[in-house]
Ligand binder design. Structure first.
Ligand SMILES: [Zn+2]
Length: 134
């Protein structure tokens, strides 16, 4: 998780606002700048207490990947904790979780010193769809 630090000495309210801003970034997928400006505005009213009830989208193991950088990382955490592991797509070389891989498997016979060896690589949905349309 990438965090950004603010310049100057940090007070307690700054730290509270920073923590809240970080949660806001995680929950809503807003940019760090948007969250920072929202909480900078709130912190100018020194006595104001801001309560945020934030709900995070729940990802289940086997779900397809969500849009957005932070959401993707939350989702990937869930997949990894469920024991799912990524495999490299043989066409785009990107690493994908099993639910992102199509039923297509590329086969290629190569020669080793001990004779022919069949190389089998999984193909992701995106590459399989690209190949079908062309
Ligand atoms: Zn691919």
């Amino acid at each position: 998780m990438k965090t950004e630090t603010t310049q100057g000495p940090l007070g307690l309210t700054d730290l509270n606002n920073f923590a809240a801003a970080t949660r806001m970034v995680k929950a809503f997928g807003v940019t760090a700048e948007q969250a920072a400006s929202a909480f900078a505005a709130a912190s100018t009213i020194a006595t104001m207490r801001v309560a945020c009830i934030l709900e995070q989208a729940n990802h289940e193991p086997g779900d397809q990947a969500p849009e957005g950088y932070l959401a993707w990382h939350e989702w990937a955490d869930t997949q990894h904790k469920a024991g799912l592991r990524q495999k490299e797509c043989g066409r785009c070389s990107k690493w994908k979780y099993p639910q992102e891989l199509s039923a297509t498997i590329d086969e290629c016979v190569m020669q080793s010193r001990k004779g022919p060896v069949t190389l089998m690589t999984p193909v992701c949905h995106k590459c399989a769809a690209n190949n079908a349309s062309t």
